[in-house]
Design a protein around this ligand. Structure first.
Ligand SMILES: *[C@@H]1O[C@H](CO)[C@@H](O)[C@H](O)[C@H]1NC(C)=O
Ligand SMILES: *[C@@H]1O[C@H](CO)[C@@H](O)[C@H](O)[C@H]1NC(C)=O
Ligand SMILES: *[C@@H]1O[C@H](CO)[C@@H](O)[C@H](O)[C@H]1NC(C)=O
Ligand SMILES: *[C@@H]1O[C@H](CO)[C@@H](O)[C@H](O)[C@H]1NC(C)=O
Length: 393
């Protein structure tokens, strides 16, 4: 096992640097062979050491699947200190505002290593994908939420391309904006934006979970709880079959017919939580998503594509709920917005523990990790109450 891994590593790294020697004399060939042997031997020793240390560290962070909440705190990560510069850059590209087109980005992001275990000490990260218009008014709350957990999360922000506001240098959102395109509610380009966020986050091989959020989202628990909650085998995507009634499948388009049939059609909250496996499936879907782009331009793809695709593919380990709390009862078409005077201790307590649901087949009262829609004027109250109720700040 060890020797096959180090030899494949050697092939990959050495081929561009050391082209096969020109067919001159035998001595040169022999010299090359000896040289490779020596390098290979050295690498074998170094890698053997890293493999041992990575097995130890990995097991300590993945044992939370049988968790009964509230979750235990998470050890602070020492992110990949041993990785050499070139490899580190490959694992986690530094230029988030890269020049790739969508086509180039999706192709690159669809690459999957066949060796599952990384050759370095690492902790899985959560990618927080913020789909926004412009400002993130509640950023100071998120700054407090993420504080002290560097190495366990990454942030990606997709905002209107015309947005020209700035982000303070100390904020977790600083420098996290990705190349974005115009989006419109209900238009398929909103789903495009979500897929663009996923693809950018996939470029970092240490991102394991992918959560979609907006500028009006707030966290309902501290980072340790959120992290532990999400490190199990389950992903969270709501899906329901809204067939009964005349408006049942109002957004279904017959032209999708042969590929996506009416009985496949599902609806659910846009606010997903998924793992790497599903994120890869989504960004490289050449069968179902093109049907949406062709025939479902204005049919609210962002509420139908994921649940429908999961339904067709009979995706497993999906918990049928969103982790984002919303209140739909004020208005049928828009969830309720909350302003500062509505943010009380009682209200936040209700959002955190007001419902029961299944978590890894056990009953829990922690069903939502996030909530929306909170207006900018909630910031003061939230900052004041978060240390008392939300467990951070
Ligand atoms: C930002 O955009 C607004 C219009 O959306 C414009 O009025 C303003 O001048 C721009 N600011 C800068 C610094 O470019
Ligand atoms: C996070 O919250 C949980 C309870 O919800 C608490 O047990 C834990 O100590 C908190 N972690 C930190 C780092 O504050
Ligand atoms: C998901 O839950 C809803 C109720 O919230 C239910 O109507 C629907 O059938 C469930 N979907 C699946 C796939 O179990
Ligand atoms: C949602 O809002 C309505 C109207 O304001 C309220 O009566 C209801 O209790 C709220 N639902 C939840 C689950 O908070």
């Amino acid at each position: 096992m060890k020797s096959s891994r180090s030899s494949s590593y050697r092939q990959r790294t050495s081929s561009p640097l050391w082209p096969s020697p020109p067919s001159s004399s035998l001595t040169i060939k022999l010299l090359f062979a000896f040289f490779f042997l020596a390098i290979g031997f050295g690498l074998g020793i170094i890698k053997g050491h890293h493999i041992k240390s990575s097995t130890v560290s990995r097991s300590s962070s993945s044992s939370s699947s049988s968790l009964n909440l509230p979750a235990p705190p998470v050890k602070k990560a020492k992110p990949m200190i041993e990785a050499r510069a070139g490899f580190k850059r490959y694992m986690k590209p530094t230029d988030i505002m890269h020049g790739m087109s969508d086509g180039e980005l999706f192709w690159k992001a669809s690459m999957v290593p066949r060796i599952k275990k990384l050759p370095y000490h690492w902790f899985p990260k959560i990618a927080f994908l913020f789909l926004t218009k412009g400002e993130i008014p509640l950023a100071p709350l998120w700054d407090k939420f993420f504080k002290g957990h560097g190495g366990l999360y990454s942030i990606y922000v997709h905002s209107d391309p015309l947005f020209n506001g700035s982000v303070p240098i100390g904020s977790v959102f600083y420098g996290r904006r990705i190349r974005s395109k115009k989006t419109r509610w209900g238009h398929v380009n909103m789903m495009d934006a979500e897929i663009r966020l996923l693809a950018n986050a996939l470029l970092d091989f240490t991102n394991e979970r992918f959560i979609l959020l907006s500028e009006s989202h707030i966290p309902l628990f501290n980072f340790s709880t959120v992290y532990s909650y999400l490190m199990g085998p389950t992903i969270y995507i709501e899906s329901y079959n809204n067939m009964p009634g005349p408006t049942g499948r109002i957004h279904y388009r017959n032209k999708m017919g042969p590929v996506i049939r009416p009985e496949h059609w599902r609806k659910g909250s846009q606010w997903f939580d998924m793992d790497r496996k599903l994120a890869l499936e989504v960004i490289s879907d050449e069968k179902y998503y093109p049907e949406f782009r062709k025939h479902c331009k204005l049919c609210v793809a962002h509420e139908h594509y994921l649940p429908t695709m999961l339904n067709i593919n009979r995706w497993r380990n999906v918990e049928n709920r969103s982790l984002t709390w919303m209140n739909w009862s004020k208005n049928e078409y828009q969830p309720a917005r909350f302003s500062g005077d509505e943010v009380t201790i009682e209200f936040l307590k209700k959002l955190r523990h007001g419902r029961s649901c299944k978590y890894n087949s056990m009953e829990t009262r922690v069903c939502f990790l996030f909530a929306r829609k909170f207006l900018p004027n909630c910031l003061g109250r939230l900052l004041e109450l978060s240390p008392i109720i939300l467990g951070f700040g």
